[in-house]
Structure formats: structure tokens, C-alpha cells
Design a protein. Structure first.
Length: 90
């Protein structure tokens, strides 16, 4: 059974993607959820306008599928979520 943290991160990612892709959250499929340790608070998707001090940050990689495309989100265990964009297909 996934932890409460993971379920909350998935729910937040689904809501965000529903808004971005213009679909209903129940139509979004979770393709992958993996526990990872990000190298810093940028969660592997750093903002070019923000610098992050190197500090291992535990979290999750979440891959969602909607409208025949995959979208990647990164989260930390404190509830922060970052949209990392569409993944390449094929």
C-alpha cells in the first residue's frame, strides 16, 4: 500500500495535470511512481532563475499519462510538487 505522502503527491499531480491538459482528473493514468533522492531542493527540475544548495532531498518521481502523452512530476516528502514537462514519446 502506498504511503499517505505518495498518495497526496499523486493527487496533487493529477489535479495540476487536469488543469494543464484540460482533462478530468479521473481520466489521468498513473504510469509510474518511484521513490528517489533528489540532489537538491530543485527536485531534479531546477528553475533556471533559482539556485539550490546541494542537499539530498528524498521524494518521488511521478509519471502520468493523459491525452496519449506522458507527463513527469517530481515531489519531495514535505509535499512540494514540481511539474517537469512532457516526456518524449517513442
Amino acid at each position: 500500500m502506498p504511503s499517505k505522502e505518495v498518495l497526496q503527491a499523486i493527487a496533487a499531480a493529477r489535479m495540476d495535470l487536469a488543469y494543464r491538459a484540460g482533462v478530468e482528473a479521473p481520466d489521468i493514468i498513473v504510469s509510474e511512481t518511484k521513490a528517489v533522492e533528489w540532489p537538491d531542493a530543485g527536485l531534479g527540475c531546477p528553475d533556471p532563475h533559482t539556485s539550490h544548495r546541494p542537499q539530498p532531498t528524498p521524494g518521488y518521481r511521478i509519471v502520468l499519462n493523459a491525452v496519449s502523452r506522458e507527463y513527469e512530476y517530481h515531489a519531495d516528502t514535505a509535499g512540494r510538487l514540481v511539474y517537469c514537462g512532457k516526456r518524449r514519446q517513442g
